[in-house]
Write a protein that binds this ligand. Structure first.
Ligand SMILES: [Zn+2]
Length: 242
């Protein structure tokens, strides 16, 4: 029997900037969540998306893409008997952001919170309310490795929230694969290696057809192997505030 290193938390909330971040990053541990008797809730912070791989999108592309992505997410959530909450904030490219590949290497990157002001204040309020109403829950946020603006917002909104909650961070995959960031993580955090169900994680990733996610499966698997530094042992890793 595998031991659950965070067994003292029965409930976990995972803040997923987009559809897919929860399972790409933590799907292996979530594949064990039924065995561990965990109640998992995935919160999609930017639930309005126009991002699916299709040559031609219909006129109502935001509704169309959001519903496809929501269905993909539900499929995975159902496989772990978890809960899905979708916050209807518009994701970055709908708000006019362009992908900036150069910013990837400058982790940790601080964005100016004045920018995107209205969406940020909304997210701050949503997160704060969730924390206050669920004090016994472990709340997991993205480290925002990869510096995607929506990931940064979800992480940085915590700086506007008071202390005293159970908070941890997960490593954003697939972004974490290409980034050496561990030495940059502040020393007020402890790393925790999470056991995984690798087969289930590979299946979860495969379910994101609209994101052509199969191409990430082997890279993410190798990353999980590199965490253990042992042959045939795979982990995911979270960082808990001390
Ligand atoms: Zn994302």
């Amino acid at each position: 029997m595998i031991k659950d290193p965070i067994e003292k938390y029965n409930k976990i909330y995972i803040y997923s900037p987009h559809y897919d971040d929860t399972f790409l990053s933590l799907g292996g541990y979530l594949g064990l969540s039924n065995e561990f008797g965990k109640e998992i809730t995935s919160i999609i912070v930017f639930g309005k998306s126009n991002n699916v791989y299709k040559t031609k999108l219909p006129k109502d592309k935001i509704e169309y893409a959001s519903s496809i992505r929501c269905e993909e997410e539900k499929k995975n959530i159902d496989l772990i008997s978890g809960n899905l909450i979708v916050w209807e904030n518009y994701e970055a490219n709908i708000r006019g952001h362009k992908t900036n590949k150069n910013s990837l290497k400058r982790y940790p990157y601080e964005i100016k919170l004045e920018y995107d002001k209205s969406v940020i204040s909304k997210v701050v309020n949503q997160v704060r309310q969730n924390l206050v109403n669920n004090k016994e829950v472990l709340h997991l946020f993205p480290l925002s490795i990869g510096n995607h603006v929506d990931h940064l917002i979800v992480r940085q909104c915590l700086s506007k929230v008071e202390n005293g909650f159970n908070i941890g961070f997960y490593e954003d995959l697939p972004y974490a694969i290409e980034n050496s960031y561990i030495e940059k993580i502040s020393d007020n955090m402890n790393s925790v290696l999470l056991p995984v169900n690798l087969e289930k994680k590979r299946l979860f990733i495969q379910n994101y057809q609209s994101q052509l996610a199969e191409k990430w499966i082997d890279d993410i698997t190798n990353y999980m192997l590199s965490i253990s530094k042992q042959l045939d042992i795979y982990f995911e890793r979270i960082w808990l505030m001390r």
